[in-house]
Design a protein around this ligand. Structure first.
Ligand SMILES: Nc1ncnc2c1ncn2[C@@H]1O[C@H](COP(=O)(O)OP(=O)(O)OP(=O)(O)O)[C@@H](O)[C@H]1O
Length: 947
């Protein structure tokens, strides 16, 4: 065991030295942050009643009434998300500088003349190609015209499915095999008069399957509508015109009109609805539109009602959920790539729309399904709870399976052949200013009033928590988002300093990434939750001369589709900036092959949706996704919460056997700033250590050393108490290690140990009470550093013990194999490299180490540009250019990461897919596929041999 006394003394000496250095230049910032915190606290306390009223008005509080499992982390409430409604075309924020974006509109068939002209034009073009005229005159290409041009004369032919669905051959032939299965499934549901949920993963062509099916119906003449009847498709505003252009391409003869103020109809919505009814056409409408026109819509009969991104009705208590359930037709389809996002009640709400009664009443479902399954998912669940959850999850999966079709990209990879995707979570260091502001706010009266049980403010705690969390998130994004709020209205913004990238840890990372990617020829999507943050990023892109396009709630709905088209087609644009809610849903942005998710959403599906914009059918290049998190902050907690929610949805939708991963988190835990442990790992990185990206360890270690030296000095009394505690904990852990060598199930041992080590017995923890004035007088940093040192010792043994026990002494062979697979998966970044690449990496490590030393010598004038440009490793990376695309991508990504680690802007990186357990699943799936292929081959071989 390490000599603890010696260790602590070293730490204290280092801490003291750094504190002295720091105190010279930090005081001004600290005062500033204190002032800001005070000012914001005052404002927030004053506005709290108003905020609360606002919060009560919106559906977050509405949902609270009915939601047993809905928690404070619902994604629908934060005022930090100004663009959460994609229909919202608000006035630009005063912070925004908008560059001109010249884009054209897509025209729908709302205006009868426009529709007739389009049809006439299409007929003319089709005739021209069918008669073999030159294609010079073709001004609009549709799927049928393309089909003829590809040498197929049978454009009028149909593919007949059993019981009379006639899908035009030119569509059928272009569908992937799994898409044909999808069309057949839709037809089966149609025949039994049932609704269904098409839940294929994002980007697998759900839209195309629906259009193919509707085209089929329109060619058939069965049923009460004699083929296709008038139908409604409800979609988020951003994708409304994507539907129009898809319909016009695949099924040009159908009349497709948009009921929205951006549509081409002449303003009389009743006439538009009547026209669509008469033409047996498609009415496209937004969710907000349904609420607005519900009375008129319900006064007609519709054959189909289809909800695109149907998870919008996941909260059964919202007005929109109630309204869409009023349509009388049995043909209700729901399309979504994220069927379950936060909790099981959402699944109930979706089924209540398209298959009412299947999952019983809401109360019965919550009691008998949702609660036991959720309980079994927590790390502190008993064995019985776990087993019960498993059985109930299996039963639920069986009930919903016939009405839900979901294929993942892995499952259909052999058909679509998507390029590789590498997805990582980067833990970015806060800048000193952000750190100060963060801590200042943690000590503010707003946070105190939350943590103080006897606060005079009393209820509503939820509103208070939301406001505080949203403020912390602003600080993580950029100090100015927070400081701006603290300013008095008359104060002028200093535009030169405002939003400067060097003042935000995550923006520093973005700056480095963009510079490198520009050189490597990549194009990037950047998503942020907040429009204000998007403006800061926009200002930054302008100042750096990057060409970009931007899409948020302020961009007119009718322009969005062409904005997307422009980005996909014009390589001159390096960056596409979008709010996660507006640009992250349903659209195709395959022009980019790099994605940055700047800030995490409480809801994992929102972030997943966003990243899938680039990695989908049509993507030709390998895709890299970086999710940025500010290390140790609320953003890490949000990410952990995402993982739990992912786990929950996978348990139902994919694999009921999925293991549980997280403990529940406390309120106090949200309002802390975690320091990295002795290995430089943030909380999440140490929880999911096996998923760490293993690159440039040396550079990483160096940055840890620097970071650890940031601890501070303690009083003699505290020091003694800490030594005592550390000794006791170490003793306890070694005792546990001895006693654990029994016949007990290793998984149980793992669980117990994890619990014990992550949550050491309460009595041994120093009491950290943010509300207690006495404690608050100690610099906040000191308080956290004490905890940190204890954690360091705890986690050191923790990792060792876990690795020893779980990886080497596992009796169950399968488990061991799975763990190994997982390890291999994670480490393949390094191990799959060819020899010269390893050399190149080693050199990179050397170089980055050197560069880091230089940087520290230069101290206050670090020049990231220089440290990147002077590296030999760039040449090495270029050398590997002729190698396979896959290897090049890995090499590119490694190179990028090594730069970020070298500059200490990134503390850790995790493989996201491995964290959520998907990579492991993918591997198993591939193994299964391979095994069944071999089995088939074996059977064929036997048959052949007997002939
Ligand atoms: N069979 C096909 N042939 C050619 N292109 C296709 C085919 N199927 C899908 N695509 C293209 O793939 C892209 C993704 O399709 P689509 O938008 O329908 O996916 P989605 O599953 O609805 O995605 P999301 O869930 O993100 O909305 C589109 O550009 C679409 O044109």
């Amino acid at each position: 065991m390490i000599d603890i006394n010696k260790y602590l003394e070293n730490q204290f000496a280092l801490a003291k030295q750094r504190n002295e250095d720091k105190s010279r230049n930090v005081n001004t910032v600290t005062n500033k942050s204190k002032l800001a915190a005070d000012s914001i606290s005052k404002k927030q306390n004053k506005n709290l009643t108003n905020d609360d009223t606002k919060l009560r008005k919106n559906h977050f509080v509405e949902s609270q009434k009915a939601s047993m499992s809905k928690d404070w982390s619902s994604d629908e409430h934060l005022d930090y998300l100004p663009s959460s409604e994609e229909d919202d075309e608000r006035v630009q924020s005063s912070l925004c500088v908008r560059s001109k974006q010249n884009v054209k509109k897509i025209i729908d068939d709302g205006d009868t003349k426009v529709f007739k002209d389009r049809i006439a034009n299409w007929n003319k073009n089709l005739k021209a190609v069918c008669s073999g005229s030159s294609d010079e005159h073709i001004d609009h290409y549709t799927a049928d015209i393309q089909y003829v041009l590809n040498g197929n004369p049978d454009v009028e032919d149909n593919h007949e499915l059993q019981n009379g669905l006639y899908v035009p051959k030119y569509i059928w032939k272009q569908l992937y095999k799994y898409q044909r299965t999808g069309v057949k499934w839709l037809w089966e549901l149609h025949q039994v008069q049932s609704g269904g949920l098409l839940g294929d993963e994002m980007g697998l062509g759900k839209t195309v399957q629906i259009i193919a099916f509707m085209a089929g119906l329109s060619k058939s003449n069965s049923g009460s509508w004699n083929g296709l009847g008038p139908s409604i498709i409800v979609a988020p505003a951003t994708v409304i015109y994507q539907w129009v252009s898809h319909f016009h391409y695949w099924c040009p003869y159908l009349r497709v009109s948009v009921l929205h103020h951006s549509g081409s109809h002449n303003g009389n919505h009743n006439k538009l609805v009547r026209d669509i009814q008469a033409a047996h056409g498609i009415l496209l409408i937004t969710y907000a539109g349904v609420v607005k026109y519900i009375k008129d819509l319900l006064s007609y009969n519709w054959q189909y009602i289809i909800l695109d991104e149907g998870h919008k009705i996941r909260n059964p208590d919202t007005q929109i959920s109630k309204f869409v359930k009023k349509f009388k037709t049995p043909h209700k389809l729901l399309i979504t790539g994220s069927p379950m996002q936060n909790s099981l009640q959402e699944l109930w709400s979706l089924f209540d729309f398209m298959r009412p009664g299947l999952l019983g009443t809401y109360t019965a479902f919550m009691e008998h399904f949702a609660v036991p399954i959720t309980q079994g998912g927590y790390a502190n669940a008993t064995e019985l709870q776990e087993a019960t959850a498993l059985e109930i999850a299996k039963a639920l999966k069986n009930i919903i399976t016939p009405y839900m079709l979901r294929r993942t990209k892995t499952e259909v990879q052999e058909h679509i052949r998507l390029p590789e995707k590498n997805e990582q979570v980067l833990f970015c260091a806060l800048t000193p200013e952000q750190r100060d502001l963060y801590m200042g706010y943690l000590l503010s009266t707003t946070v105190r009033s939350i943590l103080d049980k006897e606060s005079r403010f009393g209820d509503p705690l939820r509103a208070r928590v939301l406001v505080a969390l949203s403020t912390l998130r602003k600080i993580c994004n950029h100090p100015d988002l927070y400081l701006y709020e603290a300013q008095e209205e008359c104060e002028q913004i200093n535009e030169e300093v405002f939003g400067h990238w060097k003042r935000s840890g995550k923006m520093t990372v973005v700056q480095s990434l963009l510079k490198i990617w520009l050189k490597q020829g990549h194009r990037t999507l950047i998503f942020s939750q907040s429009r204000a943050m998007l403006c800061i990023l926009e200002q930054h892109l302008q100042s750096q001369g990057f060409k970009y396009l931007k899409m948020d709630g302020t961009v007119s709905v009718s322009l969005r589709q062409n904005l997307i088209k422009t980005f996909n087609e014009s390589k001159e644009y390096l960056v596409f900036l979008a709010t996660t809610r507006v640009g992250g849903l349903g659209v195709n942005l395959t022009g980019a092959d790099r994605v940055i998710i700047y800030d995490p959403d409480w809801n994992p599906a929102t972030d997943n949706q966003a990243k899938e914009r680039a990695w989908r059918i049509g993507q030709q290049r390998n895709v890299t996704v970086y999710r940025l998190l500010s290390a140790g902050t609320i953003e890490e907690k949000i990410y952990q919460r995402q993982i739990f929610k992912n786990f929950l949805s996978n348990k139902i939708l994919i694999d009921p056997n999925q293991k549980n991963v997280l403990t529940t988190s406390t309120l106090q835990g949200l309002f802390t700033l975690e320091e990295p442990n002795c290995e430089g790992d943030t909380e999440t990185a140490s929880l999911f250590k096996h998923t760490k990206v293993n690159i440039n360890k040396q550079a990483n270690r160096d940055s840890e050393k620097i970071h650890l030296s940031g601890s501070v000095s303690f009083s003699k009394k505290k020091l003694d108490a800490m030594k005592r505690m550390a000794r006791e904990i170490s003793k306890k852990i070694s005792n546990d290690t001895v006693t654990s060598k029994t016949d007990e199930d290793p998984r149980q041992r793992y669980k117990k140990k994890r619990e014990q080590l992550l949550n050491p017995p309460k009595v041994q923890e120093p009491e950290i009470n943010l509300v207690d004035d006495k404690v608050s007088n100690i610099p906040f940093e000191s308080v956290l550093s004490e905890l940190d040192i204890i954690n360091m010792h705890v986690k050191e043994n923790y990792e060792e013990n876990l690795l020893k026990e779980v990886l080497s002494s596992q009796n169950e062979e399968i488990e061991t194999k799975e763990d190994k697979n997982c390890e291999t998966d994670v480490n393949n970044v390094v191990s799959s490299m060819s020899n010269d690449k390893i050399v190149s990496l080693q050199e990179m490590t050397k170089d980055t180490k050197l560069s880091e030393e230089n940087t520290h010598k230069r101290q206050h004038s670090p020049s990231p540009e220089q440290s990147i440009e002077n590296l030999v490793a760039i040449k090495k990376v270029k050398k590997t250019k002729q190698k396979q695309e896959k290897n090049r991508n890995i090499s590119d990504d490694d190179y990028v990461l090594s730069k970020l680690f070298a500059k200490s802007t990134v503390k850790n990186a995790l493989h996201h897919d491995v964290v959520v357990g998907l990579a492991e699943k993918e591997k198993r799936h591939q193994m299964k596929e391979e095994a069944s292929k071999r089995a088939k081959k074996a059977v064929r071989a036997i048959k052949f041999s007997s002939k």
